[in-house]
Each structure stands twice: as C-alpha cells, then as structure tokens.
Design a protein around this ligand. Sequence first.
Ligand SMILES: [Ca+2]
Length: 176
Amino acid sequence: MRRWLLCMLLGIAIIVDQAAIGASFAAQSDTIDIRVTVIDLPPSGSVLINNGDATTTSTSVTLTLSAIDAESTVDQMRFSNDGTAWSTPEPFAIEKSWTLSDGDGEKTVYVRFRDSAGHWSAFFSDIITLNMLITTNITYTYDDLNRLKDMTHGTVSTTYNYDEVGNITHKTTIGN
Ligand SMILES: [Ca+2]
C-alpha cells in the first residue's frame, strides 16, 4: 500500500508519495488543486483592571490586555463600560488607560478584539469595585476644650463655633 502525505505550505497543497521522500522528492511528487475551507475565528483574549485588583478608589484605571488570533494577528480593540456603547476602535496594545463610569459600586469593563481579517470577538471583561468614599480620610481638629472645631472630609471642610455654654452657634461648610 502506498502512503500519501498531504503537505500544506503557504496555501499550496501538495500530496506526496511517502516512498518518494528521501529518494527523488521532486520527480515523484505532484500537485493538485484542493479546496480547503479555513475556519477563521475571531481572536480570544482577556482584560485585567489594575492588574486584577478587587477594589479601586479612582475611576482612572489601567487595563492590561492579552489577545491571540489563530489565523492572523490581533490588530484592533475597543472598550465599553456597559457592554453596549463601545469606544472607537484603536490599534491593539497590551495596556490602556481607561475611565470607569461614575458612582461607587461594582464596575465591569468590556473589551473586544479584532483580527486582521476583520472578525470582532465577543467581549471579554473584568470586574472591579469602585469605592471612592471610605478611603477619603476624615480629619478632625479640636479646640482647647476638646470640642470638635473642624472636620475635613476630602474637599469638604466644616468649621464649628460654640457659645459660652458649649452649644454650637455656627457651622460653616466649605467645598463640595
Ligand atoms: Ca482569526
């Protein structure tokens, strides 16, 4: 029985008589047309927000991206905070500065990758919890009688004034 090898190189298919290998390869091989259907899948990949941190105190985050395409290269990427509204496609890079949506809570960032053949992937995502308030230090200062004189919370500062028997007579808040 003769055994045949199907060799694929640069899109050209060659069927080779295996017995010819090592003997007279050029003389005993032949070429034929073979219709090959190549399934070209979109890239697969991943995204990490702030290197996978569970929480952040800022809406400004860094995305670390990884993507691979089996048939060609990954050439574009786009992002979303809701999985519906997507940013303008941009060249693929392994890092991206991104802004989370406002408001404390769990945030998801979505990314899609496109291969050089134009196939957009489904989305990949990561989750991080935005918590801007609890890490804002509250600073208290007290007067000589150990009464609260000033309280500063982020950009908000509140100053207290007292009458001679210790009642608050005036409270001033600056900032927002
Ligand atoms: Ca592909």
